[in-house]
Design a protein. Structure first.
Length: 179
């Protein structure tokens, strides 16, 4: 059966051809992107459910490298434990291994648990699988009425134990105020 409007028929044919060409170009670009070894993202946000609770990772900029590693700038991470309490960390830069749930941070590293516990250092490794925060380099921890300083510390997020090593010094205010 012939098309009653041959002009409209040619226009439809050109539209179908243009769509096919556009699809071929997009498929070609996606294939090249999928094979790329790096992807850059501004405003990176990632949430991963773990056995210890949801793990939220955010960064101003991220570079996803081939495999499981992500390089981060201006980083913040949070873990809400099963009791609803949250541990949060911030740093200038970091690296995240999503296969092993390990976040390595450096540059003005700060960790906080609620409003009471505050820990600062130069470098930190957060091993979500083991539930530990390992902090190194000029550590300072403040809490209600206490200031503890040392070269390194390990915080176990499960039993909430903090172990300082290397030149440990402590200042205690018996009134319970911040030293």
């Amino acid at each position: 059966m012939e098309d009653p409007d041959p002009v409209r028929s040619r226009a439809r044919g050109r539209t179908v051809l243009a769509a096919a060409v556009l699809a071929a170009i997009l498929l070609s670009l996606l294939t090249r992107t999928a094979g790329a070894s790096e992807v850059r993202i501004s405003g990176f946000s990632f949430v991963q459910e773990t056995g210890r609770g949801p793990w939220t990772l955010e960064a101003q900029n991220a570079l996803l490298q081939e495999g499981e590693r992500v390089i981060l700038e201006d980083v913040s991470a949070r873990l809400a434990d099963p009791k609803g309490e949250e541990v949060g960390v911030t740093a200038q830069r970091g690296w995240y291994d999503s296969a092993h749930l390990i976040l390595e941070l450096e540059g003005q590293v700060r960790a906080r648990r609620g409003t009471v516990f505050f820990l600062a250092g130069e470098r930190m490794t957060w091993d979500q699988g083991k539930g530990t925060l390992r902090v190194q380099g000029n550590i300072e921890m403040t809490g209600l009425g206490i200031l503890v300083m040392g070269e390194s510390a390990v915080y176990n997020t499960t039993d909430r134990m903090l172990l300082f090593t290397g030149g440990v010094r402590a200042i205690l205010d018996i009134k319970g105020e911040k030293p």
